[in-house]
Design a protein around this ligand. Structure first.
Ligand SMILES: Nc1nc2c(ncn2[C@@H]2O[C@H](COP(=O)(O)OP(=O)(O)OP(=O)(O)O)[C@@H](O)[C@H]2O)c(=O)[nH]1
Ligand SMILES: [Mg+2]
Length: 338
């Protein structure tokens, strides 16, 4: 199943996680504005933004730097990543990954890919005003992109960053590769792809074979490496477990009810995924508040950039919208001028 998912790592953090996927055999591409960062990765397909020496946490600067080479970069990516399902991995806090995430996700969606964004949320409390500002702006953009699949929000307050990287890759890889069966039918790869195609936020949990009761599975969803679930109701819930008597409806009820559930039985381990959740509004606003607080303390009004209203938080659609293609250069121009 691994061959059905392509991986794109943007910036340093995105590339670190992408590299773990490559070591498991996934088709992987790395994009960075910093040649030093690319050199530090042992990967096959590395794409440098021509002429750039890093973006120094400036999201707009990376768009300007990529203006001439973005078309070439996406062309190369299309040649390497032939899969329908593409994980686009980046940290929202830096310049390169955060800035490139929006045009990359929009472009790939426009050419018909099912994008699965994997967005790292920095530890707001222990980050600079600039990182908080970037994170908020990247989240606002991410929530407004039409036609995306499920979005993973990795929460850097949940542990050490390398622990989070390893944990995410391990959980995702298990979800994709685990063999299972059930009296109700196998929880097959098309159902797993359906869960991953659902717009909104997705969370996962992985437990050892001996921990497979409904409360333990629910607990794993609430205490994983992902941004905490703030609003009830998911759309899809999938569980693969050794517990043949598991009542999946009790997990669904605890999540406020789901549109559909999938259950598979495996002797190996327990893995759970819930998708179609709302974006965590309070968590995202924390970045804005932290930024504004720091700016107030710095007491320099011209430091404040325009913040777009939180419109996209209001509604979520569960059907991927059709989008019309734009050429790569116009896409960057639109973002710079918009
Ligand atoms: N989970 C996780 N977070 C990371 C990792 N590396 C950096 N971060 C976090 O991501 C933020 C910085 O993002 P980077 O990916 O380094 O930035 P970049 O995309 O390379 O952008 P520039 O260097 O500014 O051009 C910081 O808040 C870090 O704490 C990583 O490997 N894993
Ligand atoms: Mg960097």
């Amino acid at each position: 199943m691994r061959e059905q998912f392509g991986i794109i790592g943007l910036g340093a953090a995105g590339s670190n996680i992408a590299n773990l996927f490559e070591s498991k055999g996934y088709s992987t591409v790395y994009v960075n504005s910093s040649i030093e960062d690319l050199n530090s990765i042992k990967g096959v397909h590395k794409l440098h933004i021509v002429g750039a020496e890093g973006a120094a946490k400036d999201r707009k600067k990376v768009l300007q730097l990529a203006m001439e080479s973005f078309g070439d970069i996406v062309q190369k990516i299309e040649n390497i990543i032939t899969q329908q399902y593409v994980l686009v991995i980046f940290s929202a806090g830096g310049g390169t990954g955060s800035g490139l995430s929006t045009p990359m996700l929009k472009y790939l969606t426009q050419i018909g890919k099912t994008c699965i964004p994997v967005c790292i949320l920095p530890d707001s409390e222990n980050s600079s005003a600039k990182i908080n500002e970037n994170t908020y702006n990247a989240c606002i953009e991410l929530m407004s992109i039409q036609g995306l699949g499920a979005t993973f929000l990795l929460d850097n307050t949940s542990g050490d960053k390398f622990f989070i990287n390893n944990r995410f890759v391990c959980e995702f890889d298990t979800f994709v590769t685990i063999k299972n069966s059930s009296v109700h039918g196998n929880f097959d790869i098309s159902e797993r792809k359906l869960i991953l195609s659902c717009p909104g936020v997705v969370v996962m949990g992985k437990l050892s074979r001996s921990r497979s009761t409904a409360p333990e599975i629910i607990e794993s969803l609430h205490n994983g490496i992902y941004a905490k679930i703030e609003a009830k109701n998911c759309y899809y819930l999938g569980v693969i477990t050794s517990n043949k008597s598991l009542d999946i409806n009790s997990i669904s009820s605890e999540l406020g009810g789901c549109y559909d559930t999938f259950l598979g039985i495996s002797e190996a381990t327990t893995i759970v995924m819930a998708s179609g959740l709302q974006f965590p509004k309070n968590k995202i606003l924390q970045f804005k508040n932290k930024f504004e607080e720091a700016v107030k303390n710095i007491n320099s009004s011209n430091f404040i950039q325009d913040m777009t209203p939180l419109e996209p938080l209001k509604g979520l659609s569960f059907t991927r919208e059709q989008v019309t293609p734009t050429n790569p250069r116009d896409l960057l121009m639109g973002l710079l001028n918009g």
